[in-house]
Design a protein around this ligand. Structure first.
Ligand code: SIN
Length: 325
């Protein structure tokens, strides 16, 4: 039986054009999905690919509007008995946020793979074809089910909740934390490290078409409470602190954020450091803070938005979700 995969394209460097093989500048989101599938058609990938253009943009522009089109398109593809898996092509800059949002709101019954590239399509060493061929391999693999949304970059498969972009340039720009990667893939082989972890298959959260505003505050030496105040507005429903070290902050900022928490605005303590856990500390209970655990600030923001959208507002309940992610 031929493996059928639905490809939903959103743009990014994987669909980018530089106009020269060595140009440093390029435009993301230029090649349409039909042209792209024509190009990969010659690779002999052994799967039937059907494409849909959801957007064709730089992923810095991705947000609720695109997600509101992308999410139902994936749900429809997953409901189609003919479809074995879904690939989403995406710019790498915000890929981890889209992947995590989808991971939390989609069933894990069929493979959903998000893939990007670090070099535009006409550059020397374009990584997009290899990454895409690897993504086809993963999306067509029955064992990819029950692992939630997966990200393929290079020859590695990452879980959406672990993956992060940690380099601005170069093909090896992604890694995972706390799990480095969950599988190794080539266009001809796929090896999983361990069993699927979402065997019940159900989505963790209802899809929310209108996520509440959650602000990320970036901590630095000399951050003042006044500077934090200026970043908060009447519409702020939650705050994520990208704290120094293990989610730390100056005392004046701590007091100011504790006052926000007392007013019912949940405050997550995450870290601006790329890797490491932020655990609860003794003062968190009195301050009303939540520890981000293994989630970085941008993923903490997505989880908090979904929790708030689904009516979870109590810090104890919110902490429970962060502990389980
Ligand atoms: C983007 O995120 O759309 C541009 C950068 C990239 O895809 O690598």
């Amino acid at each position: 039986m031929t493996t059928k995969i639905t490809v939903l394209a959103t743009g990014g460097t994987i669909a980018g054009i530089a106009g020269s093989a060595i140009a440093p500048e390029y435009r993301a989101g230029e090649i349409g999905i039909d042209e792209y599938l024509e190009q990969v058609g010659g690779l002999g990938l052994g799967a039937q690919l059907s494409g849909r253009q959801i957007a064709n943009i730089d992923s810095a522009e991705i947000g609720q509007q695109v997600w509101n089109v992308l999410h139902p398109a994936i749900v429809a593809a997953l409901a189609d008995d003919q479809c074995h898996g879904v690939i989403v092509t995406h710019g790498t800059d915000t890929l981890e946020e889209t992947a995590f949002l989808l991971d939390l709101t989609l069933p894990a019954t069929k493979p959903v793979v998000v893939v990007g590239a670090m070099r535009p399509s006409d550059a020397v060493g374009y990584d997009g074809l290899r990454n895409f061929a690897n993504a086809v391999r993963v999306a067509g693999d029955g064992d990819a089910s029950g692992r939630g949304v997966l990200v393929v970059m290079g020859d590695r498969v990452f879980a959406a909740r672990d993956v992060r972009k940690y380099r601005t340039r170069g093909a090896e720009a992604f890694r995972g934390f706390p799990r480095e990667s969950v599988g190794l893939v080539t266009p001809a082989s796929l090896e999983w490290f361990g069993a699927p972890w979402r065997q019940d298959g159900a989505a963790c959260f209802e899809w929310a078409g209108n996520l509440p505003e959650v602000t990320i505050i970036y901590a630095y030496a000399g951050l003042s409470a006044a500077a934090v105040e200026r970043q908060l507005g009447d519409t702020t429903r939650g705050i994520v602190l990208a704290g120094v070290g293990e989610g730390n902050m100056p005392d004046a900022v701590r007091q100011m954020l504790a006052a926000q928490a007392q007013r019912g605005v949940p405050v997550i303590r995450a870290s601006r450091v790329d890797e490491g856990l932020v655990d609860r500390e003794a003062e968190d209970t009195a301050n009303g803070f939540i520890a981000a655990r293994a989630l970085n600030p941008q993923k903490s923001r997505i989880l908090l938005q979904l929790l708030l959208a689904n009516g979870v507002t109590d810090p104890v309940d919110i902490q429970d979700y962060f502990d389980r992610r």
